[in-house]
Design a protein. Structure first.
Length: 540
C-alpha cells in the first residue's frame, strides 16, 4: 500500500454511508478513489469535496460550515460546497468535487434496522467548475493596470481573469522576482522548512496562460490621473482605463553607522529572504534589531538553524501594545526557552563587521544583523498623483480613491471598517489579498463593499496565534483559558465593546469569532456612512 493510501482516514465513501451518520450541518472525513474526501450535509443535500485546504494543506474537517461553504481552520480560507471554488483568500485554487448519490429507503448492511433509512454514495470525480461570466452592469474598462506585485496586486490580477475579464491586463511589479508567499519568508522559508519553489505563488507559465502582462523590475515613478497614464523609471508610458494602486509597504531603515554593511539585512522581498538564507547558512551569531512580529519570527527561524540570536527592542515588554503584557511576557519566555537573549528597552547606535553596539555601550557579537523595526506604507506615488491621504491612501467602502477609476488595496489602503465604525489601515497578508479581489470585482462594476474581518497569524517555534478583528487601541485584554497551556482566547475591548480576539491553538473558536463579527456587521441598520469620506483627509 502506498504512503498516500495508508494515510487515508475514515470510511471508504464509495461504499454505502448511512445518511443519519452525517447530521445536518455536520461533516464526515473519509476517502474515495485513493484521495481524502470531506462529506458535508446541508439539509437534504450532501456534498463531497477535497478534504485538504489548497493553501497550506489544513484539514477542512476541523473547520466550520457556514451556509453552503466550509472555512479552513488555519488561515480562514473559504470553499464553496457546490463548486469547490475558493471564495476567500488566502486560498485561490479550488478543491476537487465528487458526485454524490443519496439513495432513499436504503440502508447499509451494518446499520441497525431502527435507524432512519437512506444511504450516501460518493461516485465519480467531477470536472472543475468554470464560472460563467455575467453580463457587466457597466461598460468594462478596455485596459487595467495594477501597480504592485504583492498580495493585493496578484490577487486582483487573478480575480479579473477568473471573472472573465478579457481586456488588457498589466501588472507592474518593482520586485525582481515573481509574486511570492510573503508571510512565509520569515517563517518556514527562512527556517529551511519550505523550498524556494514552494514560495512562489504562481509560475511564469500561469501569467502567460492567463494573459497577465507581468513586468518585473518595473518601477512606476508617476501617475497622471487626468490623462490616465503611468510613467516608469525607464521613461516608458502606459495608458489605463482603470488603475489599482497596490504598492504595499517599505521597511523602515535604521540610520546609524554601519547599517549598510553587507552582513546587515532587511526582510521584505523574496530577494531579501534569499540573501538572508544564504548568510544564515554560515552565520554563527545574529542580532535582530526590532522585536516586531517579523523580528520575533526571524529570531525563531534563525534559532531553528542553531544560530545564536540576540534581540534588541525599544519596548520593555514584547508586543504589549498589540497583544497585551501577559502574552508579551509569555512570548519572551517561549523565546528564552529556545535560547534567545533579549535586550529590551534598548536601541543600537552602531554596527561594525563583528558586532552591534547598543546605546548603553554594550557590544553584541554578530556576523549577521537583521533589522525589523517596522514598515511604512509606500504612498509617495499616490501623494504625487494628488490622491487623498489619511496615514495611507484614503478609499471608500468600494476601495475607490478620490480619483476616477483609481482604486487602492493592501498595506496602503485606509478604509471605513464596518465593524468598528472607524477608518483603519492594516498590514496583513490575508486582508491585502481579499482587498485585491474586491477591488477587481469593483473594477468590473460589481459595487461590492469590503466588509471582511481583518485576520492574521504568527508562528514562532511550536507556538501559534491567530488574531481576528482590529483593536488599534484597547483598554482591557481578558484571557479566557490557559496561556501557559497554550489553549486560550484573548478578548480585546474598548469601553466594554469587543474589537478583536486572539486565539492560541483554538482554531475553531477563531472561525466562530470571525463569523460572529460578520453577523454584527450584518445586523447594522445601514452601512457606515462614507458620504464625507474625503472631507477630513489630506491631499488631493
Amino acid at each position: 500500500m502506498s504512503d498516500e493510501k495508508s494515510a487515508l482516514s475514515g470510511p471508504d465513501l464509495t461504499q454505502a454511508i448511512g445518511l443519519s451518520t452525517i447530521p445536518d450541518g455536520g461533516m464526515l472525513l473519509g476517502h474515495a478513489q485513493g484521495e481524502p474526501v470531506l462529506l458535508a450535509r446541508r439539509g437534504d443535500e450532501v456534498f463531497a469535496i477535497g478534504a485538504i485546504c489548497t493553501h497550506y494543506g489544513a484539514p477542512l474537517e476541523q473547520g466550520l460550515l457556514v451556509g453552503d461553504t466550509v472555512r479552513c481552520p488555519w488561515h480562514h480560507a473559504c470553499f464553496d460546497l457546490h463548486t469547490g471554488e475558493a471564495l476567500r483568500a488566502p486560498a485561490f485554487d479550488p478543491v476537487s468535487r465528487w458526485r454524490v448519490e443519496v439513495v432513499r429507503d436504503a440502508a447499509p448492511r451494518f446499520m441497525p434496522v431502527d435507524e432512519p433509512v437512506g444511504a450516501v454514495f460518493v461516485r465519480e470525480r467531477l470536472e472543475r467548475w468554470e464560472p460563467q461570466p455575467q453580463p457587466p452592469s457597466t461598460e468594462l474598462p478596455e485596459s487595467v493596470i495594477i501597480v504592485g506585485g504583492g498580495a493585493a496586486g496578484n490577487a486582483a490580477a487573478e480575480a479579473l481573469r477568473h471573472e472573465g475579464y478579457t481586456g488588457s491586463l498589466m501588472m507592474l511589479s518593482a520586485d525582481e522576482t515573481l509574486p511570492c508567499d510573503r508571510p512565509n519568508l520569515s517563517k518556514g522559508y527562512l527556517a529551511g522548512a519550505a523550498s524556494d519553489a514552494s514560495n512562489i505563488l504562481r509560475s511564469v507559465e500561469f501569467y502567460k496562460e492567463h494573459d497577465i502582462d507581468l513586468r518585473l523590475g518595473a518601477r512606476v515613478v508617476a501617475i497622471d490621473t487626468a490623462t490616465r497614464r503611468v510613467q516608469l523609471a525607464d521613461g516608458s508610458h502606459h495608458s489605463y482605463d482603470a488603475l489599482l494602486l497596490a504598492t504595499g509597504a517599505e521597511p523602515v531603515h535604521l540610520d546609524i553607522p554601519g547599517a549598510d554593511l553587507p552582513h546587515v539585512h532587511y526582510l521584505r522581498t523574496l530577494t531579501d529572504s534569499r540573501a538572508l538564507v544564504e548568510k544564515a547558512l554560515v552565520a554563527k551569531r545574529a542580532v535582530v534589531l526590532g522585536a516586531s512580529f517579523i523580528g520575533l519570527e526571524v529570531a525563531a527561524s534563525l534559532r531553528t538553524r542553531n544560530i545564536d540570536v540576540h534581540v534588541v527592542g525599544t519596548e520593555t515588554t514584547l508586543m504589549e501594545k498589540v497583544l497585551g503584557p501577559q502574552v508579551g511576557d509569555y512570548l519572551r519566555k517561549v523565546h528564552e526557552d529556545h535560547g534567545v537573549t533579549f535586550h529590551l528597552g534598548m536601541t543600537a547606535k552602531a554596527i561594525d563587521e563583528e558586532s552591534v553596539t547598543l546605546e548603553s555601550g554594550e557590544r553584541l557579537s554578530a556576523d549577521l544583523v537583521v533589522i525589523g523595526i517596522g514598515v511604512r506604507p509606500a504612498i509617495s506615488l499616490a501623494e504625487d498623483a494628488g490622491l487623498a491621504l489619511d496615514r495611507g491612501v484614503a478609499v471608500n467602502e468600494y476601495l475607490e480613491t478620490n480619483a476616477p477609476s483609481v482604486f487602492a488595496a493592501g498595506d496602503i489602503a485606509r478604509w471605513p471598517d464596518q465593524l468598528t465604525g472607524e477608518r483603519i489601515r492594516v498590514e496583513h497578508w490575508v486582508v491585502a489579498e481579499r482587498q485585491g479581489r474586491v477591488a477587481a470585482h469593483n473594477i468590473l462594476g460589481c459595487r461590492e463593499r469590503f466588509e471582511y474581518i481583518p485576520f492574521f497569524w504568527t508562528e514562532q517555534y511550536d507556538f501559534s496565534l491567530a488574531y481576528v478583528g482590529h483593536a488599534e487601541k484597547w483598554d482591557d485584554a481578558e484571557i479566557v483559558g490557559s496561556l501557559q497551556a497554550r489553549n486560550c482566547t484573548i478578548i480585546y475591548r474598548r469601553d466594554g465593546r469587543e474589537l478583536a480576539k486572539a486565539f492560541v491553538h483554538r482554531d475553531l473558536d477563531g472561525l466562530r469569532a470571525e463569523m460572529e463579527f460578520e453577523q454584527r456587521i450584518a445586523a447594522r441598520e445601514a452601512p457606515l456612512s462614507v458620504a464625507n469620506l474625503y472631507s477630513t483627509v489630506s491631499g488631493g
